[in-house]
Design a protein around this ligand. Sequence first.
Ligand code: PLP
Length: 398
Amino acid sequence: MLQVLQGTAKLAKDRVYLDWNATTPLRPEARAAMVAAWDLAGNPSSVHTEGRQARRIVEDARAAVAGALGADSRNVVFTSGGTEANVLALTPGLVRKPGVPARRLIVSAVEHASVLAGGRFAAGDLQVLGVDRDGVVKPDELRVLLAGGEPVLVSVMLANNETGALQPIPELAGIVHDAGGLLHVDAVQALGKISIDIKLLQADLLSISAHKIGGPKGIGALVLANGVAGLDPLLRGGGQELGRRAGTENVPGIAGFGAAVTAAMASLDGMKRVEKLRQRLEAGLRQSSNGLVFAQDVPRLPNTVLFGAPGLRAETAVIGFDLEGIAVSSGSACSSGKVQPSHVLEAMGFGPELTQGAVRLSLGWSTTEADVDRCLEAWRKLSGTLLKHSDETQLERF
Ligand code: PLP
């Protein structure tokens, strides 16, 4: 409690945090920007001095976000996070001028749940695009799905949250544009880990989220390319965000996002160090069991390892690691108290033994070699038990 009051967002000393794809610790720059913003009284829509001070904070952050993505500031729409950005993007009627508004939606099978749900498209207008054994979208399958239909919005993520696999976005964008469609890219996991340029990607819409890059939770953005129109606001009323999202802006959240994105861009080079640590982790995992690292032969995020082994039960492993002081996560999802197999691994063609048995280890800017070694030590200690006993009773043991 005292720690919270004192405002220390540092990770506990006796713990090793390897769940950076779930969320990241707040960067000190983000904290400082938020604290300063909390002390501002004005509403950014007010014309007086106090209002203009708040407006300045919002617009500076908007410029920072736009700059990080090679986008124009006026094309950045702040939202409550990546989920809202995705749902806002998946709008029937979006158009890439001078094209025709999209009436159908195609999403890849490995998307985040907020994309798989289809946004505001009717279920009958949604098609799912398969992936190969490494979780990469098949361009030929996309061509087939696009052939001869109505104009389409396609949504494919830049980096997968479970495997870290990167999609060939510029190639997919070319295919989509040739067919007169638009491409939305969920870049929530990629931001801060690899460099992103909306023009180089040729994406029409990009979703991002602050809490994956050391910013606060509950703030994100949808970023549009020039020439994209027809966005249907989720929240109507006030004219904020150029009429694309009504409601007084979350000024402290936006300030924290802006500071986090600036710090993340300045330290992007540090991801090379993180990648080396990931390689060390993978080598150690391979040495100590006959497991496999998913998507290991395709371009991947520098920080992510999704690891599976026959007999491993993810939920048991997560608890085991936790008791050893290490925070990791499972590839499978937990809903209503029941662990669901990973839809990502299912789409990659793996059976139940692996879809329920994958553990995700994701590293970040403050991860150290000692953290990796402690994780490997824990794995060596746990793996004998975890791999031998894979039944439900194992859960009670921990
Ligand atoms: N998209 C991807 C790929 C994610 O990994 C996440 C969060 O885990 C989201 C979207 C949702 O972002 P937020 O938590 O900001 O709603």
